[in-house]
Design a protein around this ligand. Structure first.
Ligand code: SF4
Length: 445
């Protein structure tokens, strides 16, 4: 159970020596209770107090690492139930289930397909993360070969799926370097699984028929010395599973309930591709840390990755592009200049429409703190003065032989003031980016 600021204060030296950077021990204790500082900032805390304060220093949801190196996955360590309260720190990992009963050529083909699920959207790379290999064959050699094929043919992280510790151990022999996630321990096999996870130092999933059983299983795993745990909620329908995922998250964050202070994993069940996509998006929104699905087609995966990108963006810092002048196509001194904001989605939408018009143009992305055109205008972040300043700073006057700028139609109200401030002629462009191709083609005629 998390300690309050006053409870923490009682355990501190109370000398107000300021070595921690705070004026008093009380101020430090309040920050520690809010998890804004770490206990090691106080050099004078006694070992006894340190032990007692351990729970206050621990994050409410443990951070679990799967894999190694640059492509490793980190899940957990979330601090809020709702994104707008702060932000979600670790994006839900998306992965696929492969069965070892598939023919080796089929496994390779599927891996080739999965490796291509790597996209760029609004200037960011969005990709899938993990492959779960399930031992359906019950054959150690076959399972090991399938795992080997995955290790050799992809950089994605891996999860090993079997309730049989002996089969998992065979797979670990060829994959331990990748620090795979082992799925999974249950109330019947937890001792063997815990021993294996401890020996190979890999994270382990805990799965149960209901939340009470899950709590007992986690306590048993903790008693066996296992701390790197991923919770697998009971197998149920989508609504019930979301309910369980929500209870787990709420108990971890609001009640500091340690047995549920771990990230979660779910496997989709729907056989229909559209249903499976909705199922996966539902889980990643509330509150799965890892979603493993079956369908691997790009049209199924891209909406899921897009939803993830939107949900796991810091709401205080919208996705932004660098505010500067961008050249689209082979620009000349006669090329038109379009003004927009530096909100990524706005910028890339404008850029795509300019590209599709086949008219080369400059796009001046003005610093609007990442807001879209109308939002920035309403917030006084996209004003005649700021656009005039951006025009001046861009050096465009030396790049073009005209003095015309195209303003988004939604802020046509700024045109008079902008002409006054900048000395440029303002042409009011279309309200929607979709109107840009026709507008640009007509502009040149
Ligand atoms: Fe108190 Fe420790 Fe901070 Fe000194 S360093 S003020 S003893 S909390």
């Amino acid at each position: 159970m998390a300690l309050s600021g006053l409870e923490i204060y009682k355990l501190l030296p109370k000398t107000n020596c300021k070595a921690c950077g705070f004026p008093t021990c009380l101020a430090f204790s309040m920050q520690l209770a809010a998890k804004k500082v770490s206990l090691d900032k106080c050099p004078h805390v006694s070992p006894e107090a340190k032990a007692a304060l351990e729970s206050a220093a621990e994050p409410p949801i443990k951070l679990i690492t799967i894999g190694k190196g640059e492509e490793k996955i980190e899940v957990g360590n979330e601090t809020v139930l709702f994104r707008h309260e702060e932000k979600f720190y670790h994006p839900c990992a998306i992965g696929f289930l492969l069965e070892d009963t598939a023919a080796p050529e089929e496994i390779k083909k599927t891996l080739e397909k999965i490796n291509k699920l790597d996209f760029e959207r609004v200037g960011q790379r969005i990709k899938v993360d993990i492959i779960a290999i399930s031992c359906k064959s019950n054959d150690a050699a076959r399972f090991q070969n399938a795992v080997k094929a995955v290790v050799e043919n992809t950089n994605l992280q891996i999860a090993l799926v079997s309730k049989d510790a002996a089969l998992i151990e065979k797979a670990l022999e060829v994959s331990r370097e990748k620090n795979p996630l082992v799925c999974g321990a249950n109330s019947a096999n937890f001792k063997e699984m815990a021993k294996l996870a401890g020996n190979y130092k890999v994270p382990l999933t805990a799965g149960a028929q209901n939340l009470e059983e899950l709590e007992a299983l986690v306590k048993n795993l903790n008693a066996e010395g296992i701390r790197d745990i991923v919770l697998e909620p009971p197998e149920k329908g989508v609504a019930e599973k979301v309910w369980d995922l929500t209870q787990i998250r709420r108990l971890a964050l609001k009640k500091a309930f340690r047995p549920f202070g771990y990230p979660t994993i779910v496997f989709t069940k729907s056989g229909d591709p559209y249903q499976e996509t909705s199922e996966a998006v539902t889980y990643l929104a509330k509150y799965a840390s890892i979603v493993i699905m079956k369908g691997t087609s790009p049209e199924q995966v891209l909406p899921i990755l897009t939803a993830r990108q939107n949900i796991f963006t810091d709401p205080q810092k919208p996705l932004q592009v660098e505010p500067k002048i961008y050249e689209v196509g082979k620009v000349t001194e006669k090329s038109p200049i379009l003004v927009t904001t530096n909100f990524s989605l706005t910028y890339y939408t404008v850029e795509a429409e300019v590209e599709s018009s086949a008219v080369s143009a400059f796009i001046l992305s003005c610093d609007s703190e990442g807001m879209s055109v109308l939002t920035a205008w309403a917030a006084d972040k996209f004003t005649a003065e700021s656009i005039a300043k951006a025009l001046e700073k861009s050096g465009l006057k030396d790049k073009v032989s005209h003095k015309n700028v195209v303003l988004p139609g939604y802020v046509s109200v700024l045109s008079g003031k902008l002409e006054e401030e900048s000395g440029w002629n303002v042409i009011v462009g279309p309200k929607e980016a979709a109107g840009i191709p026709v507008f640009l083609r007509n502009l040149g005629s």
